[in-house]
Design a protein around this ligand. Structure first.
Ligand code: ZN
Length: 96
């Protein structure tokens, strides 16, 4: 999936915080980082603003969002195109 297609799919807004910065401030985020085995499939990719992407760092989305309830709530409402197993991992990590 091309960057432009991903940004359009997500409405040019960060799935974590909801901000719609200028397109140059948007980035592609891997819900499951590549270093943990995540791939470049559309269900593993979301649009993130640079601030959120930087804050998330190398963590998996579920590990980061377990500590970020507002961003988690926004993500669960808006990142509806990710793979179900990733969504389940986020809900599971948040329930601990
Ligand atoms: Zn953001």
């Amino acid at each position: 999936m091309r960057r432009s297609e991903l940004f359009a799919r997500d409405g040019y807004a960060c799935v974590y915080c909801g901000r719609s910065p200028p397109e140059v401030e948007l980035s592609v985020d891997h819900v499951e980082p590549r270093r943990l085995g995540g791939d470049n499939s559309s269900g593993n990719l979301v649009t993130a603003c640079r601030a959120c992407n930087r804050a998330k760092g190398g963590k998996a989305a579920w590990a980061w969002l377990a500590e970020e309830p507002e961003r988690r709530a926004h993500f669960l409402e808006h990142a509806t195109r990710i793979w179900p197993r990733l969504r389940a991992a986020i809900l599971e990590a948040a329930s601990k």
